[in-house]
Design a protein around this ligand. Structure first.
Ligand code: NAD
Length: 525
């Protein structure tokens, strides 16, 4: 496959504020995945530096909370407008550090624009005081309500595949809820986030409640120790380490981890739509999406037709560095180590007898490239059907019926997402309701992520907690339960001290009256 190159990808990129305004320290290099060259070195935040950053965030948080939803909305909308004004520059920087094609890089800003508008609109409604009507009649003399109060400073640890959506994007509801935020981006791709946090501080002039700290495990550990709430997005292996560390300080966590998302195609499905959806859902962002289509089950009568059409579709895709020309669909792989994993899984499938119909090789020359790959006749003996691939590889397996497809789709330790292509929506929904995963898109792929009112999170080893929807913002708050008197109050209550037989007798009869069923029984007759 020929690879397009567009030098403007590199020349347009601005220098990011690599040290984030901090004194010189140890550094790590950020590279261009398209050719492996170094963009720049970024200073590592020591545990002391992380603690100082949290102290600044903590100092700024009360005023941020106090300005209320309207005050915060003003700053969030200023950030939205800054992103709009700077999107080309941000997309270019994003491409440079991730190797994404332009269309995929642009998704990051699109998400933030939409999510800012969603959370500033919905946040005040989702976090409004909730009135609770007590189930016991006598307690209705009180007004009972749930109040949502921000944790304080929320910490985020994020991966390299969507460096902004999964860091700042996830932090938006925390900010709208009144928290300050400290983010540790992936050391593979920190530059666009650093630039956005600089923009918030210097260009927008917003309050000191959005911070970035850089580094690896030690920096992340210090963040967990200091945060009031931790959201981690990354691998299952690191997620377990994060949860253990957070247990030391009993800090609540949400974990958004890996997946092995299945896609089922029934014999009645619209095969052309299923093929186009599988190609995009499996290969967008070079397959480096936690909710990528990672394995496909197709009913026997349409299997050959599906595989042939999918091969033709994938063979039309262009791979390369497209600058801002939108002339490629598949970019580089962002993390060098991921190319090894993908390569190993494809060779394992080849050795076990699967047919590699297209792709199946690393790209030649410098950089981290792997060809878009279609594997036919896969089965569950192969790693590519059981372990997370996180690359541009689509393995397809023939099944005799939908029962077998559902059984195999659920035969995994993961449970992040899924898709079903069926002849009609009702049949699709029947199958969807039997899939063990946090979401299922009927006759579509990945689309649930854009419905911000829907919870997005994993079952089983794919995580704990959700982003998006009511839970997606309420998780950044502590609940406080209030009872407030409606009526003038007596000096004492019957259940308070002192105890005596007469008072306890009344209480006893009252509980019997309220909780027994049938009048005679209530009266103790
Ligand atoms: P990773 O687990 O290697 O790293 C994630 C983050 O954890 C990075 O910022 C890293 O520096 C940090 N980290 C490393 N060691 C740590 C430690 N000991 N303690 C605390 N933090 C530490 O993941 P990755 O390779 O960056 O990302 C790929 C993984 O992320 C895949 O498994 C993918 O499925 C998953 N992912 C999940 C979602 C989701 O929403 N469920 C979204 C995107 C990616």
């Amino acid at each position: 496959m020929e690879r397009a190159t567009h030098p403007e990808a590199a020349s347009e990129a601005p220098a990011a504020a690599a040290t984030n305004g901090k004194p010189e320290a140890d550094t790590f290099d950020v590279r261009r995945p398209v050719d492996g060259s170094v963009i720049e070195a970024v200073a590592i935040d020591s545990p002391e530096s992380v603690a100082e950053t949290f102290a600044r965030a903590r100092a700024a948080q009360p005023a941020w909370e106090a300005i209320g939803f309207d005050g915060r909305r003003r700053w969030m909308e200023a950030l939205r407008d800054w992103i709009l004004d700077n999107q080309d520059r941000l997309d270019t920087l994003m491409q440079e550090e991730t190797g994404k094609v332009r269309a995929d890089a642009a998704l990051e800003a699109f998400y933030c624009l939409d999510a800012i508008n969603y959370w500033v609109e919905q946040g005040p409604k989702l976090l409004a005081d909730e009135i609770v009507t007590p189930h016991v009649l006598l307690l209705r003399a009180k007004r009972s309500k749930i109040v949502y109060r921000p944790f304080g400073v929320a910490g985020f640890i994020s991966p390299w595949n969507f460096p902004v959506i999964l860091s700042l994007g996830d932090a938006l509801p925390a900010l709208v809820a009144g928290n300050a935020v400290v983010i540790k981006p992936s050391e593979v791709t920190p530059l666009t986030l650093i630039e956005m946090v600089r923009g918030w501080r210097e260009d927008v002039g917003a309050p000191d409640v959005l911070h970035v700290v850089n580094g690896m495990a030690e920096t992340a550990g210090a963040l967990i120790d200091a945060a009031d709430y931790v959201q981690f997005t990354g691998s299952e292996r690191t997620g377990k380490i994060v949860m253990k560390r957070a247990a030391e300080t009993l800090t609540p966590v949400s974990l958004e981890l890996g997946g092995k998302d299945p896609l089922i195609v029934t014999r009645d499905a619209d095969i052309d739509r299923a093929v186009n959806a599988t190609a995009w859902g499996g290969l967008v962002n070079s397959g480096q999406i936690c909710i990528s289509i990672e394995r496909v089950y197709v009913e026997e009568p349409v299997y050959d037709q599906f595989v042939d059409k999918l091969r033709s579709k994938i063979e039309t895709l262009r791979q390369g560095a497209d600058g801002n020309t939108y002339t490629a669909e598949i970019g580089a792989m962002t993390a060098p180590a991921q190319v090894e994993i993908v390569s190993e899984q494809v060779e394992d499938a080849r050795d076990a007898g699967a047919r590699i119909l297209t792709g199946g090789r690393r790209g030649e020359g410098p950089g981290d490239w792997y060809e878009p790959t279609l594997i036919a006749d896969a089965d569950h003996s192969m790693k590519v059907m059981r372990e997370e691939t996180f690359g541009p590889v689509i393995p397809v397996m023939k099944v005799k019926d939908t029962e077998e497809a559902i059984e195999l789709a659920n035969d995994t330790s993961y449970g992040l997402g899924s898709s079903v292509f069926a002849g009609d929506a009702a049949e699709g929904e029947r199958i969807a309701r039997r899939i063990e995963a946090g979401h299922c898109n009927v006759n579509d792929v990945l689309v649930n992520y854009n419905v911000l009112g829907l919870p997005m999170g994993g079952w089983k080893n794919s995580g704990i907690g959700v982003r998006h929807g009511a839970q997606g913002i309420r998780r950044f708050c502590r609940t406080e339960a209030l009872t407030i008197p409606r009526l003038p109050q007596a000096k004492s209550e019957p259940i308070w001290f002192p105890y005596n037989a007469r008072k306890r007798g009344i209480v006893r009869r009252l509980y019997r009256f309220l909780n027994a069923r049938g009048l005679r029984n209530r009266l103790g007759l």
